[in-house]
Structures are given as structure tokens and as C-alpha cells.
Design a protein around this ligand. Sequence first.
Ligand code: CP
Ligand code: NVA
Length: 312
Amino acid sequence: MTRHFLRDDSITPAEQNEILSLAAQMKRDRFSHKPLDGPQTVAVIFDKSSTRTRVSFAVGIADLGGSPLIIATASSQLGGKETPADTARVLERQVAAIVWRTYAQAGLEQIADGTTVPVVNALSDDFHPCQLLADLLTIREHKGGTEGRTLTFFGDGQSNMAHSYVLAGAMAGMHVRIASPASYFPRADIVADAVSLARETGGSVTLLSDAREAAAGSDVVITDTWVSMGKEEEKQRRIDDLGGYKITEELMALANDDAIFMHCLPADRGYEVDSAVIDGPQSVIWDEAENRLHAQKALLTWLLEQPPQPMA
Ligand code: CP
Ligand code: NVA
């Protein structure tokens, strides 16, 4: 069975550590690994908009000696005339891996089930695991490691980013806090999976509604848009519900003195974060955006090196 990366816990904590260490090594020596030499092609498919994911996969695949094939779903047969599973059957005979940004997680699971090449989730409604590899790499660089550090996410606790922080943060041994109204707390099954991982790694997961209490003692302060792609019709309700979770200089001052601020971008400045914070001295957002490149190159290299697994 081929290994895929559909959610943060598609890999074990030890494998996450291995990929992050490889990413750090590949960042130091950018053109050292050529697993796509040929050049072999990787299909990168977008059902939703993207800047960072598109650029970092295109540049990264080229760095690895390969050729990126960027497909906008609207200009393909996918989603209209053809099922994702049929599209995957066509692609797998010609490409080394399939990277897909889509809506439903179920679509990713369908194409991965039975596809002979690795499938990578480049963001779904439920998870953004590639972003988390970049974020954990950034936290390692700025905080000297992840174990025992407190990471607090403010805003939409049911978003793809919040779910990925809960899972991947717990896997990295972090104390993950989600600060949101109770009606925006992360999905219970994802929290349960993360709590079980945290037992293994020494991390923890805490859900809070008091933003000030959540900020106190944080090493990493994080937010994301209140209006994820696909939620545009709920914009005003979300602004009303999540206004109390905006990252201001005052909230940032409650975190540890050496806390860093992170945001996967794109940011709605003035909504989930004030410009004074995102442009301020504690912000590491540009390192975070650059690390998408290094983390995804390591992920692809690692996936392509995995021996086939026996069927369960
Ligand atoms: N952070 C992120 O995934 O950005 P894009 O939507 O621009 O790819
Ligand atoms: N939560 C955001 C992340 C964008 C990279 C969204 O899904 O739109």
C-alpha cells in the first residue's frame, strides 16, 4: 500500500520528526535531493484559490529535479464530468505523486484508496497538514524545539487550521490551546485523536473560551482568517461571533515576553489580527511562508522513498 499524507496523523510522531529534520537539512542545502530526477511530473490540483501552496509546490518540485503540472479544476474534467477516482487512475500512470487542494476530505480519501502514487492534501475543509509541517519547522527554528512549548490558536476552532494544530501540535509534544466560542470548538473526534497522541508525546490539548486566559503563558500565538474558503456567506456572523478573539498588541502582551506570532496567510488585516502585530517584532510570518517550500520538499522526498506497505 502506498503512503499518503491526507491528514496530520497520516504519519506517526516519529515520522513527523524525521520529515522536519530532513526539511531543516534540505533548507541548508537546497538542491541536495533529486528524487524526481528525470524529470518526473507531480500533478498539483486546485479546486480552491492559492498563492503560497501553488508557488511552493511548483518551485519545490522543480528543486527536486521534477516538473510540476498545475491543474485548475475549473479547466479540467474533474468535479464536473469525471469522478476524482477516475481522474486519479489516469494520473497515476503518468505522474510520481498527486497533490490536491479540495473541499471534502472524503474526496482525498477516495482517490488515495487504491491509487498507486502518493496523494498529498494541499488543504481541505478539515485539515491543512502541509502548512503544519512548515509551522512546526518555523517553531523549531525560533523556539529551539516544539516539545513542551505552548501553542495557542485564536478564532475559528472548527477550521482546517485549528484541526491541524490540534493534531500536529499534539504529535510534536506541544501544549495546544484552542481559544474560541464553545460553538466553534474543534470536532470532538479530532480532539479525541489528538488527546490520544498527546498521551504518547507528552503534549496536551485544551479548549478555552476566554481569550485572555488562553494568551497567558503562550510561547506561540496563532490565528487564521475567520472566513475560510467556502464560508463566505457566513462572513458577517463570523465577524460578530469571533471579534473577541482578534490578536491585538494588548492580547499579545499577555503571552510570554519571547512569544512569536504566526499566521498561515492570507490575512484579513484588522479582523483576526491587527497590522501592528502581524508587522511587529514578534511576527515570524515570512519565515513561516518560506518554510512551506522546505517542508513540502522534505515531505515529497520522504513519501517517494517509502517502501510499499503490506495491505492491512
Ligand atoms: N497558507 C496557504 O495555504 O496559502 P495559499 O492559500 O495562498 O496557498
Ligand atoms: N483556513 C483558511 C486557510 C487558507 C490557507 C481557508 O481554508 O481558507
